[in-house]
Design a binder for this molecule. Structure first.
Ligand code: NOJ
Length: 552
């Protein structure tokens, strides 16, 4: 079972082909470039790659506007290059998960073109049309401030079409059986080419019924998730669905399914936002509450824990006061904020120092679930606020100090490189950090190895332990007779904590990061001095004993 449920103890690396590595010098990253960098990823220790959309696209939303679901955008190479990449990833034991963007297609997709131009076309009902402009046409925008409406008039069709996102992303009509059949084909196609599953884009919107005049039904069609899941598992038993759904804790069981029969994994947006609150204020109680609120999971289900992704840092689930504090600390300037709810910055410039970066990553690696890293965060890359919207955090990977950072030989790259300020590529790059044992890159590789050696985190039960300090979060994991305790001080000041492991053998804690151990006093309490932003990973009891047990 441990091997079968591989996603419970993997480390996911999220990257965009476009900005990762350009092999042919046209300024755009490609599959051959990524293939050449697989050894780097393997030595970093990651075991799953999540590829953002790479299919043919007009590219108005970073590839999340697909015009052919069965191909590779020529800028990234050919289908042959994709298969070659898959083979090389498999040889290194790296799983590949890809985006499944089926809430909407591009308006340039032939399906939409047929749909809008010909009322009698078989594709007409593949999209959502309305003769009259629905009452709520100016509500429900996902990108407020930039997106103007959710219904747009189409001159050719002479009707309005629904788009939850930008107007060039018309929603597919999920109630149409032919659309569902086509989605199964898309999934089947890529599974056949070896992917281990899908990061499902915009799950709540896939399963909504668009709010037209006649239809006031706001119930979500969760049974569709079961349909997807069943098909996926028939085709490849160990493949997974990783859902993007920024929902409240009491809704999550519907997404996972009561008995774990829907999607396997979901990004834990709720914990993510409270984690940023803790980083901004050094107050851990709301994070502890968010963890407890998302604790109950059906069998087989798993959280994906992350810090930053390719979008804005969405703070919409915090209350107003909390959100204001996070904005004040991490996004005080208007140009750093986006869509009235988020921050369009990378992690390193937000936190501003390596000690807090290490703390943030150490927390993330130790949260219940599977960690997801964003490319470039392992070296502490910065952002470019002169780029529009979320493009600020999508600049090319910084490999070396050479021109164009070794990402490309082309003078003009798909997004500009960061050439100014403390995060410019001749300062922050892989080559320099590889040679420095104290670099963030070396530290990250070390932490990934440690995380993989602690399957308790991916598999185990857990409990938050009192520490006596409002700034220190301690969690104990238990799995198969082994226990692990992690403690994180979110404060810029040192704290001494009092910790009672409350578990057999808990009078001795073995530090997994440096040679050191803690002994409890006669009352079973450990007194541990945590420096500013300090963190500890302890195994309870004796390491040899643990290793022996695991073998048995
Ligand atoms: C979520 C993706 O993460 C985001 O980048 C995209 O704009 C929307 N879904 C629409 O596909």
């Amino acid at each position: 079972m441990i091997e079968d449920l591989w996603y419970k103890n993997t480390v996911i690396y999220s990257l965009d082909l476009e900005t990762f590595m350009d092999s042919n010098g046209d300024g755009v990253g490609d599959f051959e470039g990524l293939t050449r960098r697989l050894d780097y990823l393997q030595s970093l220790g990651i075991s799953t790659i999540w590829l953002s959309p790479f299919q043919p696209t007009p590219n108005h939303d970073n590839g999340y506007d697909i015009s052919d679901y069965y191909g590779v955008d020529p800028r990234h190479g050919s289908s042959g290059d994709f298969v070659e990449f898959m083979q090389q990833a498999r040889k290194r034991g790296i799983e590949v998960v890809m985006d499944l963007v089926v809430n909407h297609s591009s308006d340039q997709h032939p399906w939409f073109q047929h749909s809008r131009k010909d009322k009698n076309s078989q594709y007409r009902d593949w999209y959502v049309w309305s003769k009259k402009r629905p009452a709520g046409w100016k509500t429900g925008m996902v990108f407020p401030g930039v997106q103007k409406s959710t219904w747009t008039y189409d001159k050719d069709a002479r009707e309005y079409y629904f788009h939850r996102f930008y107007p060039f992303q018309p929603d597919l009509n999920m109630h149409h059986p032919a659309v569902r059949t086509e989605i199964r084909r898309i999934m089947g196609y890529w599974l056949e080419l070896g992917v281990a599953g899908f990061r499902v884009d915009a799950v709540p919107f896939i399963i909504e019924t668009p709010p037209t005049r006649g239809n006031k039904n706001t119930k979500l069609n969760f049974e569709y998730l079961l349909e997807m899941r069943e098909f996926l598992q028939w085709r490849r038993g160990d493949s997974i669905l990783l859902g993007e759904a920024n929902v409240l804790p009491d809704e999550t069981l519907n997404y996972f399914g009561k008995d774990g029969e829907h999607i396997h994994m979901m990004f834990n947006f709720f914990v993510n936002q409270h984690l940023f609150y803790a980083l901004a204020t050094a107050e851990v109680a709301p994070l502890a509450a968010a963890l407890r609120a998302t604790k109950k999971l059906p069998p087989g289900a798993q959280w994906a824990q992350f810090l930053r992704n390719h979008d804005e840092l969405d703070l919409g689930r915090l209350d107003e006061k909390q959100r204001d504090k996070v904005f004040a600390r991490f996004g005080p300037e208007l140009e750093m904020q986006l869509y009235h709810r988020g921050i369009r910055r990378r992690l390193a410039p937000m936190l501003g120092n390596q000690r807090q970066l290490e703390l943030a990553y150490s927390v993330m690696f130790s949260l219940p679930g599977t960690p997801v890293i964003r490319y470039g965060d392992e070296i502490g890359m910065g952002d470019d606020l002169s780029l529009k919207e979320r493009e600020a955090v999508r600049t090319p990977m910084q490999w070396t100090a050479e021109p164009q950072s070794g990402f490309s030989t082309c003078a003009k790259t798909v997004h500009p490189l960061i050439t100014k300020g403390p995060y410019r590529y001749d300062q922050v790059n892989v080559e320099a950090q590889r040679r420095d044992p104290a670099s963030l890159l070396s530290w990250t590789a070390h932490m990934i190895r440690l995380r993989k050696e602690c399957p308790e985190i991916g598999w185990g039960d857990w409990k938050i332990l009192p520490t006596g300090s409002p700034s220190v979060l301690a969690i104990r994991y238990d799995w198969r007779g082994n226990s692990l305790i992690v403690a994180h001080n979110f404060d810029e000041k040192a704290h001494e904590i009092r910790l009672k492991p409350e578990v057999e053998g808990g009078d001795k804690l073995l530090n997994l990061l440096v040679e050191d151990e803690s002994r409890a006093d006669t009352g079973g309490t450990h007194r541990i001095a945590l420096e500013a932003y300090g963190y500890r990973w302890y195994r309870v009891g004796n390491l040899n004993h643990v290793l022996r047990q695991r073998k048995e």
